[in-house]
Write a protein that binds this ligand. Structure first.
Ligand code: 4CZ
Length: 244
């Protein structure tokens, strides 16, 4: 059996994920075949670049807010200094959103849940960042292929967030100890699920997440050069705080 620490820790991470997941899996499954009509897709594609970016930034910020809530409920996260909490969220919240997004992805028709229905990459055409869309969809496909349970996703999300290698952490040692306890939990869970091979596959996703996030920041930089006023005046403050 594992030490009581990890059983308790594992349970609280799973509960935190469930309580902060924005949409339950059952809700997303029920909506899986609710697709945008040709007219609705056309309406999105006729939006201006800055209008569509602003729309996505608001949606994404909502998703990030739930991840911030998830982080705050990870035992030990609140024990970190304010600066370290901000540092981990600044670099890790988008990564966790991307991991979570695989729950709302339908691999059969390559669509993602957006604005209440399922959309393919063509809907996002006016964003002007086709390569980011392809990369996000490819990543979602590869995550779906792992068929993670919600419990496994909860533990993986906490490991993505509590990353002691993030730059300018003040108490790196504390983050290391937290990560070690989380790894014990994940290993126990995968052993229990008889899926030890998943551990290696999950760790292989970490560099992919990092490249996806830098691509997102790169595109945001490109966008903010062209539409400085939009970013400055109408983008959500949290989005600017985390990604600019
Ligand atoms: C995440 C928790 S959940 O309960 O599963 C959930 C909860 C809520 C939703 C609804 C939702 O907000 N969907 C969004 N989809 C996309 C998207 C867009 C392009 C391709 C793929 C998904 C959003 C984005 O804005 C996004 C996301 C990742 C990278 C890049 C972007 C666009 C950039 C320009 C900001 S927001 C979906 C799922």
């Amino acid at each position: 059996g594992s030490t009581p620490v990890s059983q308790e820790l594992c349970g609280s991470i799973v509960r935190s994920h469930r309580d902060t997941s924005q949409f339950r899996l059952e809700e997303l499954q029920a909506l899986r075949w609710k697709l945008f009509s040709r007219e609705e897709i056309h309406a999105y594609q006729s939006k201006s670049v800055d209008e569509m970016w602003q729309h996505c930034a608001m949606r994404l910020t909502e998703a990030v807010q739930y991840v911030v809530e998830f982080a705050k409920r990870i035992p030990g996260f609140r024990g970190l200094g304010q600066n370290d909490q901000i540092t981990l969220l600044k670099t890790g919240s988008m990564e966790v959103v991307l991991v979570r997004m695989s729950r709302c992805f339908n691999t059969e028709n390559s669509t993602v849940f957006f604005d209440g229905k399922f959309a393919s990459t063509e809907l996002f055409k006016s964003l002007g960042c086709g390569d980011l869309m392809v990369a996000v969809f490819d990543f979602a496909h590869s995550m779906c292929a792992l068929r993670l349970t919600e419990q496994q996703m909860a533990l993986f999300s906490s490991l993505v967030l509590i990353n002691p290698d993030r730059p300018c952490l003040e108490d790196r040692g504390r983050a290391h100890r937290m990560r070690r306890d989380l790894e014990v939990c994940l290993k126990h869970m995968l052993h229990r699920d008889n899926q030890e091979s998943l551990l290696h596959k999950l760790y292989q996703k970490v560099p992919v997440l990092r490249s996806l996030c830098s691509l997102h920041v790169e595109k945001l930089h490109w966008f903010s050069q062209r539409y400085p006023l939009t970013v400055h005046s109408v983008f959500p403050p949290l989005y600017k705080e985390l990604f600019t």
